[in-house]
Design a protein around this ligand. Structure first.
Ligand code: ADP
Length: 360
């Protein structure tokens, strides 16, 4: 756990970058700092590993006041990932990943073995180990940056805009893989981003700062979306707030409609049916354009089914909006067709949830 207690940072030129900041970053969770440019996010992050020293207040790492710890030893318990990865250009990928274990004078062979495993964990072939940073793409370098931060197996990680220097598609991949890694490793992470979508996707908890380094709100993404503390937070979350909120609402206790299914070769009428394989795996939607027609593969409007126990209302809305008849196709955990859900279910859920669950 990382705890900020009434932390103030005033730089020598008189700028107060962080003002009376208190929050807790829980153990094993991702806490994301967001806010407009200049609101003190990076200053806040860098005070944790004492690259900046607070003017007053205290920061506790696992209950211990960082001002009283040996700074060098403390930093070795904190992985640090920065924008553009910040790799050492004249060192191989292997040596980059091993930087902290070498500093810690860990066994060289064991460190290198671990580094090779870590490259695989972050989705890079071991063959990259002997290359130099300039021989890798931006996204690959960023993966090495994450591997390097994990190399000494620190309990804490600080990440400053870790995915912002890569294009949007690579960024989405990196975010998803990062969540997969974190599900296994459960590090205590504080991350800075200016990208609210990234914060909502990655954060277990979000800390919103406003100008002058003042705390605007702390909460889970669902709490912030449902109950922004003020207009500043609401505006910062943006106009898709309602849509984003559906992300955090799992599909539960829903009765599916028994929309008929049909296989290739069967007869279609002008009613939409779910086109399935002979072992009841949905392929998409189909109906006869005129009169009675046979279901052919090229007449299927392809659709991606939802798994009831593993999907949320945003995915339901998306699937229903993308379907030709306003219905999402639902499967069980084995991918077998179970029925359909209408877009009306989303509207009904929002009506029921507002005023009840939305305020939990
Ligand atoms: P953010 O990461 O949210 O963009 P920063 O923490 O970088 O914000 O900066 C917060 C405020 O502190 C800004 O007004 C910035 O100009 C100022 N600041 C940052 N670093 C320094 C510094 N080394 N000296 C003086 N002012 C600084």
């Amino acid at each position: 756990m990382i705890e900020f207690k009434n932390v103030v940072k005033t730089y020598d030129n008189g700028t107060t970058a962080v003002d009376d900041l208190s929050f807790v970053a829980p153990t094993g969770k991702i806490t994301v700092l967001v806010g407009p440019s200049g609101c003190g996010k990076t200053t806040t992050l860098r005070m944790i590993n004492r690259l900046h020293k607070q003017s007053s207040g205290s920061i506790l790492l696992g209950g211990e006041d960082t001002a009283k710890l040996d700074t060098i030893a403390m930093r070795r318990t904190i992985g640090y990932v920065i924008q553009n990865a910040g790799l050492f250009p004249h060192q191989t990928i292997l040596d980059n990943v091993c930087a902290v274990p070498y500093l810690n004078k860990n066994d060289k062979r064991a460190s290198q073995e671990r580094a090779l495993d870590l490259l695989e964990i972050v989705g890079l072939d071991r063959g990259y180990a002997s290359r130099y940073p300039w021989q890798l793409s931006g996204g690959q370098q960023q993966r090495v940056g994450v591997a390097r931060a994990l190399a000494a197996d620190p309990p804490y990680m600080l990440m400053d805009e870790p995915f912002s220097a890569v294009d949007p598609i690579v960024r989405k991949q990196l975010q998803s893989e990062f969540l997969r890694i974190q599900a296994d490793l459960a590090k205590t992470i504080v991350m800075v981003t200016h990208d609210i979508d990234e914060a909502l996707k990655l954060g277990d908890q979000i800390v919103v700062l406003k100008e002058g380094g003042i705390l605007a709100q702390v909460g889970t993404p669902a709490q912030l979306l449902a109950n922004p503390a003020d207009r500043f937070v609401a505006d910062f979350l943006g106009q898709s707030r309602g849509y984003h909120a559906l992300n955090f609402r799992p599909l539960r206790d829903l009765e599916v409609e028994q929309t008929p299914q049909a296989c290739v070769g069967e007869q279609l009428s002008n009613e939409w049916v779910v086109a399935c394989t002979t072992d009841h795996r949905p392929l998409g939607w189909a109906r006869a354009e005129t009169g009675i027609q046979e279901l052919r593969e090229d007449r299927i409007r392809v659709a991606s089914p939802l798994e009831l126990g593993a999907s949320n209302y945003r995915e339901l809305l998306d699937a229903a909006l993308a379907s030709p008849c306003g219905q999402a196709i639902v499967v069980d955990a084995r991918g077998t067709y179970v029925g359909t859900l209408s877009v009306d279910v989303v509207a009904q859920h929002v009506r029921d949830a507002n005023g009840n669950e939305y305020h939990s």
